[in-house]
Structure formats: C-alpha cells, structure tokens
Design a protein around this ligand. Structure first.
Ligand code: 5GP
Ligand code: MN
Length: 320
C-alpha cells in the first residue's frame, strides 16, 4: 500500500467514509469498521451509504451513524471510498459530491478492473474483502483494534468469503479473522444476526426455485424475480442477499445468474461462478464490475431481453 495513502489517512482530522449502493456485509462492515478505527484516533468521521441496508446488518455497532445525507464539502479533509473504486457505484448524489470536492479522495478496494479515481488507491483483488484490507491497514498504522471495529470487519470478511467457504479464503484471511475474534468479535452472536432465518426470504427463494431454469447442459442456473414476486413474498430487494449463491451450489452448476426487475424498469443482474468461468468479464463488458467468481450489473430493458442478452454472453464465456 502506498505511503501517500498512509500519510493522507494519518493527517486527516475530518474524514468521510463511503461505500457502494445496495451495500452488502463488506460494504457496511468496512465502512463502520473504518469509522471506529478513525474515531479511535480522535478523528471526526461521517459514514455515508445510499442504502438500502439489508436487515441482517442493522445490528452492526455504529449502524445509526450511517447516513444517506452528505456533510458540507468544507467540513471534510479526506474522503475514503471503500469496496468499490468507481464514484458512480456510490450513487449519483455522492458521486457528484466527490467529483466537486476540493479535499482528496482515496480508494481501498478488492474488486477487479482499472482504477482511475483517487489521489491514492490501494486496490488488490488478492484480498477476500475490503474489511480484510482494513484490518491489515490498522496493524500497519499501529491503530488499536477495538471490539466494535473487529465486529464490523469480521462481518465483512465472513460475508465476502461465504463464511470462509469460497476460494478467496486464504491462510492470511483466516489469520486476520482469528485476530478479529481475538480482538473481541463475538462469532456466534454475529452469525445469528447475519444468518437469521427470515420467512419472507424463504418464500422468495421458493418462487425463484419454482421458476429455476438449468441451461447449457445443467451448467448454467438462471433464476429471476419480478416486482410481482417480491410483492407476493412480502419481500424487498435486500432480501435477495445470498440468494444467487444458492443457485451456484446446485451440483453440476458452474455459473449462476439471478435477475431482478428494478422499480425503475431496469434489471439488476447478479452473476456467480465456480472454477474457471470469469463472470467479471461479462459484467465489465456490460458496464458493471466485480470479481472473477462474483459480479453484477444493472441494465436498462425488460427482464426477458436482459436475460437473453446476458445469457448469450455467459454461454460464450462458458465455451458453449
Ligand atoms: P451482487 O451480485 O452481490 O450485487 O454483486 C457481486 C459483485 O459484483 C460485488 O462485488 C459487487 O460489488 C459487484 N457489482 C455488482 N453490481 C455491480 C455494478 O453495477 N457495477 C460494478 N462495478 N460492480 C458491481
Ligand atoms: Mn467486498
């Protein structure tokens, strides 16, 4: 990581921390983890998320500090963009705010793709989670790891590794997890919150499974959710967190696609793979992004049109 990033973080007294819209466990865990770490250094901190916040993360310590309002630009010495490296991923208002900000922005992220934003950027897809990077950063800077910070960062690491099951679970990431538990992250209380059984999610999962389609000789699983499905299950978009992983784990499936109609009339596409199929290439080609085995994009168009368009690109990637 660059010395410039170190010194910008050390010197700033008033810091705005932001992460991507439709935040997941790592976006929220890294945002709040960094908030606690910076406050431990006596800094003034604002945490921004456009939301919506999935229910399972509302227990995170400091969650009430997350706001969808931005501070006045003059109040900020430094903006830290986490778990994404494109300002448009934070949402329009915050993206425009950063573009017009006189103070420097820095980026800490583990997603694939070219980085052309920020005074200093530490972007490395070799890390399982942005939360993992922040735990290491805290150690390098000699910042105290409190139980609150450790809890938030543990959740980021736990969720981005699928509870330490995915291929991104390295020895380093398990060591960082051990350090976070040592610092006070309570594993079982956290797991009960993050993996709580939620009836509306199971109803929604039932509808996805009813409509499940296995294509490419059983290698590609495709599920979809309409606005009517959400209403019938009495569920909301954040209830789909973790749903696409269920499709990927079907024996024989190596690539999974979950499509959701958005209220704006577009389609949110979530892609997952195991093994060699690089779904980030498909997402990036369509204007989205992600990692080799987990990527996404939101596209204009009807559900059937987007399904056919992305399905064709996936089939090409899968060598069909
Ligand atoms: P999910 O399918 O869970 O929304 O996202 C999977 C991965 O792809 C996450 O790492 C997420 O940050 C990334 N991703 C999802 N949607 C987008 C998008 O529209 N643009 C970019 N750049 N990345 C995305
Ligand atoms: Mn992440």
């Amino acid at each position: 990581m660059s010395r410039e990033l170190h010194s910008l973080l050390r010197q700033a007294a008033r810091v705005l921390v932001l992460s991507h819209q439709q935040p997941d466990g790592d976006a929220l865990g890294s945002t709040l983890g960094l908030l606690h770490l910076l406050e431990g250094q006596g800094k003034r901190v604002w945490a921004y998320s456009q939301g919506p916040l999935p229910e399972e993360y509302l227990f995170l310590p400091g969650r009430e500090r997350i706001s969808a309002d931005l501070p006045a630009a003059a109040e900020i010495d430094l903006a830290v963009l986490l778990d994404c490296h494109q300002p448009q991923r934070i949402g329009r208002a915050a993206g425009e705010f950063l573009a017009g900000l006189a103070a420097p922005s820095v980026v800490i992220d583990h997603h694939q793709g070219a980085v052309d934003f920020g005074r200093a950027a530490w972007v490395d897809p070799g890390y399982a989670a942005t939360s993992e990077m922040l735990a290491i950063l805290a150690g390098e800077l000699g910042w105290a790891m409190t139980a609150q910070a450790a809890t938030c960062l543990f959740v980021g690491l736990q969720t981005d590794t699928g509870s330490f099951r995915y291929a991104n679970t390295t020895p380093r990431c398990l060591r960082v997890a051990a350090d976070l538990v040592q610092a006070g992250a309570p594993v079982w209380p956290i797991s009960q919150e993050v993996y709580a059984t939620r009836p509306q999610r199971l109803r929604l999962m039932g509808r996805i499974m009813e409509g499940l389609s296995l294509e490419q000789g059983g290698r590609l699983a495709v599920g979809q959710v309409t606005q009517a499905d959400l209403a019938a299950a009495r569920a909301e978009a954040p209830d789909l967190e973790q749903a696409v992983e269920t499709l990927r784990l079907i024996p024989g499936v190596d690539t999974a696609m979950l499509l959701r109609e958005t209220p704006e009339g577009g389609v949110k596409v979530s892609l997952r793979s195991r093994g060699e199929v690089d779904v980030s290439q498909v997402a990036i080609a369509l204007g989205g992004g992600g990692h080799k085995n987990a990527a996404g994009v939101t596209l204009a168009g009807t559900l059937p049109a987007v399904r056919a368009q992305v399905g064709r690109l996936l089939a090409q990637r899968m060598g069909a």
